[in-house]
Design a protein around this ligand. Sequence first.
Ligand SMILES: C[S@@+](CC[C@H](N)C(=O)[O-])C[C@H]1O[C@@H](n2cnc3c(N)ncnc32)[C@H](O)[C@@H]1O
Length: 309
Amino acid sequence: MQTYLFSDCEDYAKPKVVNVASVPLRSPFRYPGGKTWFVPRLREWIQSKDCKPKLLIEPFAGGGIISLTAVFEKLVDSALMVELDEDIASVWKTVIGGDAEWLSNRILNFSMTKENVIKEVNIQTSCIKQIAFQTIIKNRAFHGGILAPGSGFLKNGEAGKGISSRWYPATLAKRLREINLVRNRLKFEHTDAFAMLKKYRNEENVVFFIDPPYTAGGKNAGKRLYKHYELDHDLLFRYCSKLRGDFIMTYDNAPEVKELARRNGLVVKPIAMKNTHHAEMTELVIGRNLSWMEGIERALEEQAKYKSS
Ligand SMILES: C[S@@+](CC[C@H](N)C(=O)[O-])C[C@H]1O[C@@H](n2cnc3c(N)ncnc32)[C@H](O)[C@@H]1O
């Protein structure tokens, strides 16, 4: 039986560590709000279906871990990633467009000093590959991987290594080369999530993983993290509730979000995770039917496990 959230009631059982699954880190990004911790749930959701979905659509792709995992693990035939941020888009266009090897070589040959980073990211260019390289550097050199305006360089970083403390060139090159091997099963659109939701709303055998910036109810968190943070959440819920394909949304645990779900006849379940500061938090999983979650204890995914991504 589907239950409406723990709607107004917060006294659900304290989450236990039940599944610190090993999740392959596949994204070239260290992405704020990244959903690596959600991967075990993604597997359960897709595997609960009678038929394997043809296509997974990720309208707010960011670092794309969900699409990448779905394709690598053959949970779906192919995935479509959608993202509005042009810096992020340049990376996906480069890799999916066949220039992963070029990008890998640039990364392997770059000497990560503050001076080199400043010089490189200040080069004015309209070349997509070059913007992709600049984006990877910024994502690794900026505090929290944050690419939004106002973000600043890592100061002390890990073990006092400063700006290079998140620079793992061999790992990045390996990830890019692996993505290159499955790129014929990945598509990317640099466009608005709503346009894609509309385009695919009547498609059968398509599933959607929807992870928007958490700015419902005027929340500020998402503003600091993303260049594109403004979103009509009300409209997003209305679009989702009309999709023919199955979908899940992930959101922060905010009363406005639960209300939007309730108004659109959707089911909400809490899921516990640890954020990058190791604080235990509850996020929400929202969908039309979350019965696949019923056997699952509220898993406490250790975000900390992924911190060296
Ligand atoms: C919470 S993040 C997604 C994180 C992603 N699930 C991951 O694991 O890395 C939300 C993303 O949505 C993007 N975004 C914001 N508004 C958008 C829109 N209207 N259309 C497409 N992407 C948008 C932001 O740039 C940001 O990258």
